[in-house]
Design a binder for this molecule. Structure first.
Ligand code: GLN
Length: 544
């Protein structure tokens, strides 16, 4: 039977609970255990798919087509275990399920209540499909004390009891702030947070204390005393120089050992962490650097492009170079007096990422034109591929009104709405005016690559599977005209109907993909497109 690790956060949000869960997962894996990490989000959206990236950061998409919390991206990047629909659940989804059942009459006249109906549903999500695992890590979003998270904490309390001693533990992540005026780290917020959690019936077994300065032994002992945990189970967690150094740092502070001891397991031999040591060595001792311009829309909040940011870093790891990312607001290039050349010339490569809506599209098209004309490596992802097609149509094929139907009715729909496509579950159909939630081509789809293409050489194979999240597609009705001006369709869906990749054979590196390769990149297995893109940027850096 799987053992369960429940992870809560206290004092403030943004303590890096997700990274902690991901790192602990990686450490347990390095010790030979099979792990899966799940996230419970207390908000009422059914999934984060309809939330603005400004509110919630990136929407992470799984192979099985779920739109999930960005923490699932950390889990996958650190453990390599592909996340699934069943690894992220929100209060909204749970209530939706319960209310649907109630309307069907499934509760046979019973009063439907938070306890037991909501808590039972939460427990069922935690327990589902865990037979082949050694450890299931369940992270609870939000902060202890929030009204929304109460049913989740109550479900943990019940589960701990039902699973029996030795089969579950709880980890609480807190903050130990440094008060400059007193020159001291303060443990009181941690004490209060643990007391709050204990008052809900959950006594933590391990405390992870985020702090800006080293936690003195005396303070560690004080936290242990007041919070009822062994001193070695108070784990100091200082900021790391890279997120990929976090597993090493937690191991050095004894996190994995404390967790195993809390389960009554013998820690045994030290885990092999050479994979993480190599990654950190490449990050800390680079042999060069490149600067990539990401021309996008949500540039004010880097979390909106979390996986993209990481995949670029992974491309740097593959080439042993430091990757500097300049986040550029596409709208800057829409002003009449904007000097696009001055802004883009110093860059070694340009990337236009995924996006929704028309805002900034003209600035992106102008950037793509610059990259094409100046032979600067260009990588277009999803919207960035669609706009590369619009750019070529307008500026090379003479289709001056080329546009996307996403921006409104157009006579030249180079990019258009798809209402029908094949998935592994058969024909999928959508109405043009349907709901916004969950109406996209989502999740992993296969693509076939042209054997003699640049992308086939990059992947080293001609059959690939990548994750999608979009409503619109490049219209194959324009394929001949685009290809005759050098933009070649080198990746298509297996039925040949949907363009997946376009590239320019006459350019040093110009690739547009309809999918999101960044979602599958890992520090120990950088995605081939990102590794190749950064290599091209490195070449470019030697020219400028
Ligand atoms: N807005 C575009 C579409 O829906 C692109 C989406 C994306 O870049 N993820 O097709």
């Amino acid at each position: 039977m799987a053992r369960f690790i429940f992870i809560t956060g206290g004092v403030v949000s943004s303590l890096g609970k997700g990274l902690m869960a991901a790192s602990l997962g990686a450490l347990l894996q390095a010790r030979g255990y099979r792990v899966r990490i799940r996230k419970f989000d207390p908000y009422l959206n059914v999934d984060p798919g309809t939330m603005s990236p400004y509110q919630h950061g990136e929407v992470y998409v799984t192979d099985d087509g779920a739109e999930t919390d960005l923490d699932l991206g950390h889990y996958e990047r650190f453990t390599g275990v592909p996340s699934r629909q069943t690894d992220n659940v929100t209060s909204g989804r749970i209530y939706q399920q319960i209310i649907t059942r109630e309307r069907r009459g499934d509760y046979l006249g019973a009063t439907v209540q938070v306890i037991p109906h909501v808590t039972d549903a939460i427990k069922a999500f935690a327990l589902a499909d865990t037979d082949d695992l050694d450890f299931v890590l369940c992270e609870i979003g939000g902060t202890v004390g929030d009204i929304e998270s109460l049913p989740f904490i109550e479900a943990i309390r019940q589960l701990k009891n039902e699973l029996g001693r030795g089969n579950s533990i709880s980890i609480h992540v807190t903050l130990v702030p440094f008060i400059a005026a007193a020159g001291e780290l303060k443990t009181k917020p941690t004490q209060h947070s643990v007391r709050e959690l204990a008052s809900l019936g959950v006594q933590p077994d391990v405390l992870v204390c985020r702090c800006e300065r080293p936690l003195p032994a005396s303070e560690r002992a004080k936290i242990a005393l007041f919070c009822n945990v062994p001193t070695e189970a108070v784990i100091p967690a200082l900021d790391a120089k890279s997120i990929y150094a976090v597993p090493l740092q937690y191991h050095a502070e004894g996190l994995d050992e404390s967790v195993l001891k809390a389960f009554g397991l013998e820690p045994g031999e030290a885990p092999d962490l050479s994979r993480w040591e190599d990654i950190v060595d490449r990050l800390v001792n680079p042999e060069g650097e490149v600067t990539i311009g990401v021309v996008g829309k949500y540039v004010g909040l880097p979390d909106a492009y979390k996986s993209l940011n990481e995949a670029l870093v992974h491309g740097g790891i593959a080439n042993r170079v430091k990757v500097n990312i300049q986040w550029i607001d596409a709208e800057l290039f829409e002003a009449a007096d904007s000097d696009i050349a001055a802004r883009l010339e110093p860059l070694h490569a340009i990337l236009v990422p995924g996006a929704f809506g028309e805002r900034g599209a003209e600035g992106k098209i102008a950037s793509i034109r610059f990259a094409r004309e100046h032979r600067v490596p260009y990588f277009g992802i999803c919207f960035g591929m669609q706009m590369a097609c619009v750019e070529a149509a307008r500026n090379l094929a003479g289709i001056s009104h080329a546009s996307s139907t996403e921006f409104g009715p157009t006579d030249e729909p180079v990019v258009g709405m798809i209402t029908e496509w094949m998935s592994s579950e058969g024909l999928q159909q959508r109405a043009e005016g349907g709901d916004l939630g969950g109406t996209m081509r989502l999740g992993a789809y296969e693509a076939k690559l042209a054997g003699n293409s640049h992308v086939a050489a990059i992947y080293g194979e001609i059959s690939i599977s990548e994750r999608h999240r979009h409503r619109y597609e490049v219209n194959t009705g324009y394929r001949d005209r685009l290809e005759s001006c050098g933009l070649v369709f080198t990746g298509m869906s297996p039925d040949g109907r949907l363009p997946e990749i376009v590239e320019r054979p006459d350019h040093p590196w110009f690739v547009g993909v309809q999918f999101h390769p960044e979602l599958k990149s890992k520090p120990f297995a950088p995605h081939p497109l990102f590794a190749s893109f950064i290599a091209a940027a490195l070449k470019q850096s030697r020219l400028v």
